[in-house]
Write a protein that binds this ligand. Structure first.
Ligand SMILES: [Zn+2]
Length: 220
């Protein structure tokens, strides 16, 4: 794109900081100078997981709570084709990974073939690929969604649990330490179903990272 056209576009449609939403100069990670200086928020949620009589704890972590204005960036990324956000979102996730933790691969939460045709991309896969580029860890699509279910965001926590039963499949994850990538963790039903499937396929360890986590008591 020519420089004048770029200037004209940025004048009418200024870039917005991914975190605070203010228009203006942003860095390569999509953040304004103020937000780039702040340490990542680091949000955690832990879920109990039972797989064939074994109890596991699934840790989900994110650089941000699911709140405005970050929420609208995630919405645009997920539903309105703003796939260029994958890279800055992955950069935020990379900020909260522990250097001493080792994983064998990054695995995205899959979407069904039908949803992929409809949307044209899997948002978690795009983040996983960008995170792979950033960290050097291989990205492997080990999970598949074998049947379409109802969209999770309209359902209650209990309905979400039932809605993801038997939805995912994994061929082989023998001995792998997996970093599972989801876009938003709301009740944890999807992440838990994916982690359960990975453990059933032999994974040694599963930890989940995502762009934002809904905290049970968060006011949005
Ligand atoms: Zn900002």
């Amino acid at each position: 794109m020519s420089t004048w056209l770029h200037r004209l576009l940025t004048f009418f449609f200024p870039a917005r900081c991914l975190f605070c939403g203010r228009p203006g100069q942003v860095n390569v990670d999509g953040l304004c100078a103020d937000c780039a200086r702040k340490p990542a928020e680091r949000v955690y949620r832990y879920f109990a997981l039972k797989v064939c009589r074994e109890m596991y704890t699934l840790e989900c972590r994110a650089p941000m709570r699911y709140k405005k204005p970050f929420r609208s960036a995630l919405w645009r990324f997920k539903f309105h084709g703003e796939t260029s956000l994958a890279k800055p979102l992955a950069a935020q996730i990379a900020r909260i990974l522990d250097a001493e933790q080792t994983f064998d691969c990054i695995v995205p939460v899959p979407i069904s073939a039908e949803r992929l045709r409809e949307r044209g991309y899997n948002q978690s896969q795009l983040i996983a690929a960008a995170l792979s580029e950033k960290t050097g860890l291989p990205c492997r699509a080990l999970l598949t969604k074998i049947r379409e279910n109802r969209t999770q965001h309209m359902l209650t926590a209990q309905e979400r649990e039932a809605n993801v039963q038997g939805v995912y499949a994994c061929a082989d994850a023998d001995g792998l330490r997996v970093l599972l990538v989801d876009d938003i963790v709301t009740t944890g039903a999807t992440a838990r179903a994916c982690a359960r499937t990975l453990y059933q396929a032999g994974a040694a360890q599963v930890q989940c990272v995502c762009c934002a986590i809904v905290l049970p008591d968060s006011t949005q």
